[in-house]
Design a protein around this ligand. Sequence first.
Ligand code: RTP
Ligand code: MG
Length: 140
Amino acid sequence: MATERTLSIIKPDATRRNLTGKINARFEEAGLRIVAQKRVRLTKEQAEGFYAVHAERSFFPELVAFMVSGPVVVQVLEGEGAVAKNREIMGATNPANAAPGTIRADFAESVEANSVHGSDSLENAKIEIAFFFSQCEIAG
Ligand code: RTP
Ligand code: MG
């Protein structure tokens, strides 16, 4: 499988509980390399732009409010099949359905406050990485 890059976000519920290190350990133990990382406070416009694909969904206003409720850590993860591997480590969107040992099963508070985001395809990963990082901010 090819080396890929995917965009990860450690969400406000997780930064609030000081879980950044524990979550990063999961990525590194699974063989994913953190090749870029920054802690930022998203503006409403940035959160709306990032989740524009969900603009028509009923949970969109709540999702945007949640994503601006505290700092997030945005990061680029690199490794073999990184997009699918990260989704596997994260677990299902709703922690009630997430497999044991996944980040969401172990740390998420609810379907919304579910601790992490991960790109869902290689195509979206490229778009999402470019949303947050310039070329010179990524060191593979
Ligand atoms: P993400 O994009 O954050 O990696 O999560 P995902 O692919 O597993 O889930 P997605 O369907 O893309 O939904 C994006 C985020 O919206 C929130 N959500 N809330 N209240 C609800 O029913 C609901 N459904 C989704 C979650 O924060 C989810 O991760
Ligand atoms: Mg998604």
